[in-house]
Write a protein that binds this ligand. Structure first.
Ligand code: PAF
Length: 337
């Protein structure tokens, strides 16, 4: 149950609550009646820097919500896992300790197993097919599954195409991955895929990954170019980036069901409407920024391996397709392209 604060809510107090991971639709009055003029402070969290599209998408949403509710709803956005890493944030929505989250799907799968299909490597033919599927019936079906788990799906965004960076050698074929210690997301499908490719995967939260790369606990990681750029992975021993694009990493803007239930209908509708716009705007920003990030990585000495033949990678991960629990959903997505 999200906490309500009575009396005057200060931004500082709300911030303190966020830092202790106690969010919720905090209101300044116990009346709970629509139109009573009470105000709500929603806390939004994610794991990336404040110039990443995840954050910019939330900022635009916050501005529109504040304007349309005449300041009755304020959204505070916390970057860099400040109020939790992706898995904790997702859990927090179920517990009602955080109101809004944008996260890549991989950790959310631990709470909504059906989402696992989206992390199957080489699932989508291209970005356009992915968006069409996610914004169609299949995406709606997945949002319905999330709702059964106390999470409202607002809109589909993207983290981007995942590529492999590493400290040891240029990766051009699956054989080059043999024995490479690679950090993966906390997701069984990613783990199985990298095992199938011959690497030695270690799942961990992103908050632990940079130190693990710096200290040589792992040699490699896989993430979109914007993440590699914004976290200066060239300073964490990453000398090579292979544009494998093995997973189109979907992201989701989400709201806690408890927050939804606590907001008066009029205000909730506005938050929902603006949240529904956030994903598409965020995706456009990712596309705009991706090339620039690749250039920045090059400028900082990262060797970019561009023309990868992905066929042998696709072949190597085929056995993972058979292990997917929700085969019907997987086939629905494959057949839709
Ligand atoms: O690798 C991850 O954990 C995710 O891709 C990240 C960087 C947190 C963005 O969603």
């Amino acid at each position: 149950m999200a906490k309500k604060k009575f009396g005057f809510v200060s931004v500082m107090l709300a911030g303190t609550l966020a830092l202790t991971a106690c969010g919720g639709a905090d209101s300044d009055s116990s009346s709970g009646e629509e139109g009573s003029g009470e105000t709500y402070v929603l806390q939004a969290g994610h794991s990336l820097p404040d110039d990443h599209p995840y954050h910019l998408g939330f900022l635009e949403m916050a501005e529109a919500v504040e304007e349309r509710t005449d300041g009755q709803v304020t959204i505070e956005v916390f970057a860099n896992s400040e109020i939790g890493a992706e898995r904790e944030l997702t859990e927090g929505m179920g517990l009602g300790t955080v109101d809004l989250v944008v996260s890549s799907t991989a950790p959310v799968t631990n709470f909504v197993p059906e989402l696992g299909v989206l992390d199957v490597p080489f699932l989508f033919q291209d970005r356009e097919s992915a968006v069409e599927i996610l914004e169609g019936d299949i995406g709606d079906e997945l949002f319905a599954k999330m709702e059964e788990n106390g999470i409202i799906g607002l809109s589909w965004g993207e983290n981007g195409y995942r590529h492999i960076t590493n400290a040891i050698r240029p990766i051009e074929t699956p054989e080059d991955l043999e024995g490479l210690k690679i950090r993966t997301q906390e997701n069984e499908i990613h783990l199985a895929a990298f095992e199938a490719l011959g690497a030695q995967p270690t799942p961990m939260a992103w908050t632990e990954a940079i130190t693990a790369l710096q200290q040589g606990v792992v040699d490699a990681q896989e993430n979109p170019a914007i993440v590699a750029d914004q976290f200066s992975l060239y300073d964490a021993n990453q000398k090579y980036m292979s544009l494998t694009g093995h997973v189109y990493s979907v992201a989701i803007y989400m709201m806690s069901q408890q927050t939804y239930d606590e907001l008066p209908e009029e205000l909730r509708d506005i938050v929902m409407e603006e949240g529904q716009k956030a994903g598409a705007r965020e995706r456009d920003l990712i596309v705009e920024m991706e090339e620039e990030s690749i250039q920045t990585l090059k400028d900082n000495g990262v060797e970019i391996i561009e023309d990868i033949d992905t066929a042998p990678f696709q072949e190597a991960v085929q056995p993972v397709y058979e292990t997917i629990e929700h085969q019907d959903l997987l086939n629905e997505i494959l057949d839709a392209q």
